[in-house]
Design a protein around this ligand. Structure first.
Ligand code: ZN
Length: 94
């Protein structure tokens, strides 16, 4: 038998993730066509870490008006790099 570089536990996780994906396609939460495209890219080893559409929706947390968070508008405490909602300056959020 071929030696595998992944553990049985990791294979189990892959199965659960795949089942979840199929369930979402059935529900209509994600599209069949884009799922098939991404799956094909993964199989061919061409998949990028995050789809471009997802990256463009991401916002980087920064400070505006002196001490407010660009993600949620909460205030940063003096000298704090994490806003009242838990966003950290320089980190990306959806
Ligand atoms: Zn925030």
């Amino acid at each position: 038998m071929t030696r595998s570089s992944v553990s049985d536990e990791q294979i189990g996780r892959l199965h659960r993730r795949t089942d979840d994906m199929i369930r979402r396609v059935i529900e209509g939460t994600i599209s069949f066509e884009s799922t098939m495209d991404v799956m094909q890219a993964i199989i061919e080893g061409k998949h990028e870490p995050a789809p471009k559409s997802a990256v463009s929706r991401m916002k980087v947390c920064a400070v505006f008006s002196g001490n407010r968070c660009t993600i949620c508008g909460s205030y940063f405490a003096d000298g704090d790099s994490i806003c009242g909602c838990g966003h950290e300056i320089g980190a990306s959020y959806f």
